[in-house]
Design a protein around this ligand. Structure first.
Ligand code: AR6
Length: 215
């Protein structure tokens, strides 16, 4: 069954229900923004079920499919997705390309290629991962899409440590939303495992702190 946007909790709802907890102002990396609490969501589950304008695929440079979330997206979208991907000539690490969603409930797929993590190039990996988020957000924005759902790019098969990757993900989305109009109505962070959910719940209040009064 497809999951409608109205079933995906916003950060405001997660603060109200006690899932998210505010941190002290000194700890927060950004100032509170009440509006942003309605424009960002955290959802645990299968990204291929989301009925939204776009979902992001953590692809490889070939864009021709693979394991993990890439495999799940291709099998749910059906064979027309790989046919369109074949026309795209691959994608560089840190870049993103858009296709239709075919049999997915999502209208579009934004394919991005995260870095393969290694400690020896942690700085470069962070830049490339940040670029995945930023270029995917730009693609959604430039195509007038209202929603974008991200999996935790690079943190599966590509081995990026989840807390480090989550700081990058949250930071890029916050900076993007702070500098663009409200046409992009909802950014959804999709987590698969309980452990990843815990990390997002701990770090979201640093990047999207609630106002001190009147949630
Ligand atoms: N819905 C949401 N998240 C998912 C799903 C799903 N259906 N399935 C997995 N995840 P990964 P990467 C989570 O390995 O590290 C492919 O072979 C998963 O738990 O899919 O960027 C590509 O072709 C993890 O948190 O992507 C590349 O070769 C996150 O998605 C390579 O893997 C990303 O894990 C890319 O590796």
């Amino acid at each position: 069954m497809p999951v409608e946007l109205s079933k995906i909790p916003t950060l405001r709802e997660l603060y109200k229900s006690g899932v998210l907890h505010a941190v002290s102002a000194e700890k927060a990396h950004f100032s509170p923004s009440s509006k942003l609490l309605d424009r960002v969501s955290l959802y645990q589950g299968d990204i291929t079920k989301l009925e939204v304008d776009s979902i992001v695929n953590a692809a490889n440079k070939s864009l021709l499919g693979g394991g993990g979330v890439d495999g799940a997206i291709h099998s749910a979208a059906g064979p027309k997705l790989v046919e369109e991907c074949e026309t795209l000539n691959g994608c560089d690490t840190g870049d993103a390309k858009i296709t239709k969603g075919y049999d997915l409930p999502s209208k579009h797929v934004i394919h991005t290629v995260g870095p393969i993590y290694s400690e020896s190039c942690a700085g470069k990996c962070a830049e490339q991962l940040a670029s995945c988020y930023w270029t995917s957000l730009e693609l959604a924005f430039d195509n007038s899409l209202k929603h974008i759902a991200f999996p935790s790019i690079s943190t599966g098969i590509y081995g990026y440590p989840v807390p480090d990757a989550t700081h990058v993900a949250l930071g890029e989305v916050r900076r993007f939303l702070d500098t663009h109009s409200e046409e992009l109505e909802r950014v959804i962070f999709v987590v698969w495992s309980d452990a990843d959910k815990d990390v997002y719940e701990e770090l979201i209040p640093l990047y999207f702190p609630p106002p001190e009064i009147n949630l």
